[in-house]
Design a protein around this ligand. Structure first.
Ligand code: FPP
Length: 262
């Protein structure tokens, strides 16, 4: 059986029984469509981001309750600096607003904050807010809420390759020592127990990767949903996991049970 998420849109998610043994360990989300949602409501674009921030709170709790181990959210890409200054300024204030209101909930839910991206290039107040939340939640042992902030997949790979080249230059390793494990270790996700997403979701009907986790999504299942990010709900999350569970992941091999093969 093959479920296309769009065909499952009208399924009553309350009645969906997810297989608790096959909850994706790492879910990565491209939170798209804040601007389009705002336009539809005749609101300024930044209202979409504000609403999007509230949705992040709901989805963080829902993912943690479902037993997800890592939730990576694409909050600001290295390309997003091209937006008008007022919008960039607003987006840079969001981490502060988010953590000011949500850290107690993160602690209550045993959720740890992590960040990937070029943090040192963010405004000082944003860096401060992010670093404070990382410190405040450092001892939590449950889900990791991993924000991609000023992140770009190609830039990450370039930085990783530079690190490896430096090590070769210093004589610490030989070119033939470079393998997938070493490249993994040179990515910004290297500290995560589950570095590679099992499920990648993009909202708002776009079907692009937009420079997100290029190395890490090699075997991820991609699910695209029509809802704009401000319309994304725990029920939609559940629906995407149902789509994920309906697919077969073989990692290039064959299905264990031949009758399972398509
Ligand atoms: C994409 O929508 C969204 C972004 C670039 C920003 C994502 C930020 C949030 C969801 C807020 C949460 C952030 C934190 C730190 C809690 P878009 O503006 O590209 O929408 P459009 O394609 O419709 O214009």
């Amino acid at each position: 059986m093959f479920f296309n998420d769009r065909h499952e849109k009208h399924v009553d998610t309350q009645s969906i029984e997810l297989d608790s043994e096959r909850i994706p360990k790492h879910i990565a989300i491209i939170m798209d469509g804040n601007g389009r949602w705002a336009k539809k409501q005749n609101l300024p674009r930044v209202s979409g981001h504000q609403r999007g921030m509230e949705v992040v709170k709901d989805i963080t709790k829902a993912a943690s309750d479902l037993g997800v181990k890592v939730l990576t959210l694409y909050a600001f890409s290295t390309e997003n600096w091209k937006r008008p200054d007022t919008e960039v300024g607003f987006l840079m204030k969001l981490p502060g607003r988010f953590f000011d209101t949500f850290v107690p909930d993160l602690i209550a839910n045993n959720i740890r904050v992590n960040v990937i991206g070029y943090i040192d290039q963010l405004p000082k107040h944003t860096q401060k807010a992010v670093n404070k939340a990382i410190e405040q939640t450092a001892n939590n042992t449950g889900m990791v809420l991993n924000f991609a902030l000023n992140y770009g997949g190609r830039a990450e790979i370039v930085s990783g390759v530079q690190q490896i080249a430096q090590r070769v230059l210093k004589g610490e390793i030989k070119p033939e020592d470079i393998d997938e494990h070493l490249v993994d270790q040179s990515m910004m996700t290297s500290s995560l127990e589950y570095a590679d997403p099992d499920l990648l979701i993009r909202t708002s009907g776009e079907e692009r990767l937009s420079n997100f986790l290029l190395w890490q999504v090699a075997y991820a299942e991609f699910v695209f949903v029509d809802e704009h990010w401000p319309e994304f709900t725990p029920a939609v999350l559940k629906r995407t996991i149902m789509t994920y569970q309906s697919r077969h992941r073989r990692f290039g091999g064959l299905a264990e049970n031949k009758s399972d093969q398509k």
